[in-house]
Ligand binder design. Structure first.
Ligand SMILES: NC(=O)c1ccc[n+]([C@@H]2O[C@H](COP(=O)([O-])OP(=O)(O)OC[C@H]3O[C@@H](n4cnc5c(N)ncnc54)[C@H](OP(=O)(O)O)[C@@H]3O)[C@@H](O)[C@H]2O)c1
Length: 296
């Protein structure tokens, strides 16, 4: 991809990660076009019917972002979500790659079962749920088509809605109930955008990964933020995640090894606590300690 050819198409421009990419990639020199499945969209793509889609001219690269991205939604409708998450990419991505477009597909740490920290890119996928199985199938077809894959753990950005909600509740003296048994290894969206750009420019293929450097429970993140905001710690009341959210099994570990990214691009694992601060709008240097998980 040359400087003149830095036009990237986001396949699915309306979701959380896509909106962050659409803001950050232009800062890295990319012209961003986005598809949407919504009626009236200029570039319409519904992954339920991907065969009619023709990419606009002059697109050097495409990033598959759209997905049924909530594990609980995939468990509730495995057939419908598989059409979007696995079957559509298997039809669409080879066609784009065959037309000379460099393709990068976003995947998830959920291709692994969460029993082992810092999964390596070449560890065989071992998903524990339907979402992870669909993402693993998508990865296989994308890689077979010569596309690159970028696996992500929880992506966060300033204004992250969950943390904003906690802050509003705590400020109003209302208790919050963060999950005590669900973890996140947050990675900030601008690091993801930097990697997307670097991968597309390098022309590299195979699997790339990005995650925070450690897993925190949502309860740890909430206690950390409550302390930073000066809120009453008694208002943080951790609870187990309900099955509807957690699925059959909660992964203890969502971190991903980033030695390839560190070696090729100088981008390593994100500082998980710094990502929590960034996403919550908390300035660095405020007195904070990570609570002892045993005290939850
Ligand atoms: N957010 C994370 O922390 C995270 C972590 C790991 C991996 N990922 C991956 O990153 C990607 C984006 O995730 P996200 O969190 O941004 O998800 P999101 O906010 O839920 O957005 C998903 C997008 O996919 C679109 N979509 C769903 N079904 C579609 C269909 N049939 N045709 C076209 N578009 C469709 C949705 O369109 P509408 O807006 O019209 O509903 C929505 O804009 C996904 O591939 C996800 O697996 C995200």
């Amino acid at each position: 991809v040359t400087a003149a050819g830095r036009r990237v198409l986001l396949l699915g421009g309306d979701g959380f990660v896509a909106r962050e990419l659409a803001r950050d990639l232009p800062l890295l020199g990319w012209e961003v076009l986005s598809t949407s499945r919504r009626p009236g969209a200029a570039l319409r793509l519904d992954l339920a019917d991907p065969d009619a889609f023709v990419p606009p001219p002059g697109v050097a690269a495409a990033v598959l972002v759209a997905a049924v991205a909530r594990p609980a939604a995939c468990e509730a409708d495995p057939d419908g979500s598989r059409l979007v998450n696995a079957d559509a990419p298997a039809r669409l991505l080879p066609r784009l790659a065959g037309a000379g477009v460099r393709v990068l597909a976003l995947s998830s740490d959920k291709v692994f079962d969460g029993t082992v920290p810092m999964r390596r890119r070449d560890d065989p996928p071992c998903p524990a749920g339907e979402y992870g199985r669909q993402k693993a199938a998508m990865e296989a077809s994308a890689l077979a088509a010569g596309a690159a894959v970028l696996r992500l753990s929880r992506v966060v950005a300033p204004g992250f809605a969950l943390f904003a909600g906690w802050r509003a509740d705590l400020a109003a003296g209302r208790p919050i109930t963060p999950f005590a048994d669900m973890t996140l290894a947050p990675v900030e969206a601008r690091r993801v955008a930097a990697l997307v750009s670097a991968i597309l420019l390098s022309g590299g293929d195979g699997v790339y990964q990005a995650s925070g450097d450690r897993d925190l429970t949502y309860a740890e993140a909430a206690q950390f933020l409550a302390a930073a905001w000066g809120a009453d710690p008694a208002l943080v009341r951790p609870l187990p995640a309900p099955v509807a959210v957690a699925g059959a099994r909660l992964p203890a570990h969502t971190t991903l090894d980033m030695s390839r990214e560190r070696g090729e691009f100088g981008v390593g694992n994100a500082d998980a606590l710094a990502c929590v601060r960034l996403a919550a709008g908390v300035r660095e240097g405020l007195p904070m300690r990570v609570p002892d998980p045993g005290s939850l």
